[in-house]
Design a protein around this ligand. Sequence first.
Ligand SMILES: C[S@@+](CC[C@H](N)C(=O)[O-])C[C@H]1O[C@@H](n2cnc3c(N)ncnc32)[C@H](O)[C@@H]1O
Length: 330
Amino acid sequence: MHPKSFSDLMRLAHGFESAKIFLVANDLGLFRLVGEGSTAGVLAETLQLDERALGILLNALVALGLLEADGQTFKNTHLGRTYLASEDRRESIFKHIHRCWESWNNLADVLCHGQPDEVREEQFLHNTQDWNREFIRGMEDVTRDLAPQVVSKLKLTSPRHLLDLGGGPGVYAKAFLQCYPELEKVTIFDLPMAIDIAKERLDGYQRIGNVRFSEGDFRYDHIGSGYDIIWISQIFHSQDERGCQKLIDKAWNALLPGGTVYIHDFLLDDTKMAPVSAAIFAVHMLVMTERGRTYTGSEIGTWLEERGFIDVFQDVVSEETAIVAAVKPS
Ligand SMILES: C[S@@+](CC[C@H](N)C(=O)[O-])C[C@H]1O[C@@H](n2cnc3c(N)ncnc32)[C@H](O)[C@@H]1O
């Protein structure tokens, strides 16, 4: 909601404080450690922290509704038990967001130079440290509910071999296989570290026999061929205009005649000033990547038509995301 008063501006400016309290608590694993109930003293000893300082943080977490208190005993809320403390908790996405904070601190500098000094995306592509694992696991946290919802909206007719380009942890691959029993093969193409995680995550999945894993860098490597569907989800925003056009070109070459490419992302409307989530994500890409941003459906549609695709169409597929799709003529 747009700020309408001085109080609203104050609330907006103070927003980072609550976010920091939550993100530090998540990094510490506090929600997991609180379990069925614990005190500041026990938690401080476990984590080797200052008891007074931790007590202040715990009180603030209760004030924010992120923990509950029974006297001096802190407990998880239902939300905390479900998403932050359970076996299949979703803490990775919040760890990832917290690490991105460092890059956001450089926003003013990025505005001077046009791009970050230390480009996270490049770090991401060339190392395999925890940061990147957290990022890929974070993608899993976010798409676990989203992917089945998005995939069921696509209404594919008789798909056979689908390429999930930059498929990350494999959540979309799984959603496609669940939703379309007639799919014979889903190929996940991604960087080696992401493919490792996808393999881990899909281990034991009943349709694993229908999954192919392909390691490579989509900017330079061959992405295969003979696909009737290519799914490119949350990739375009990390590329500049030329990078997006090159991916469209690769998709063209990899698709069978009559095949369809789907580009799924946070799309801006033609003003580039809305919706708010896509406009903010453009700034996120400004601080995180060399030349990434969010795009309008019309920009992507124009590139697709320039390459020769036909029947370009757009659709909103979730609260914050949309697709642009197009067909390679038969
Ligand atoms: C934002 S995630 C999106 C993951 C998934 N498609 C989704 O929608 O949840 C971006 C994915 O692109 C992959 N990626 C980024 N650059 C890549 C490159 N140059 N070659 C191959 N994969 C890349 C990352 O490893 C990551 O899995």
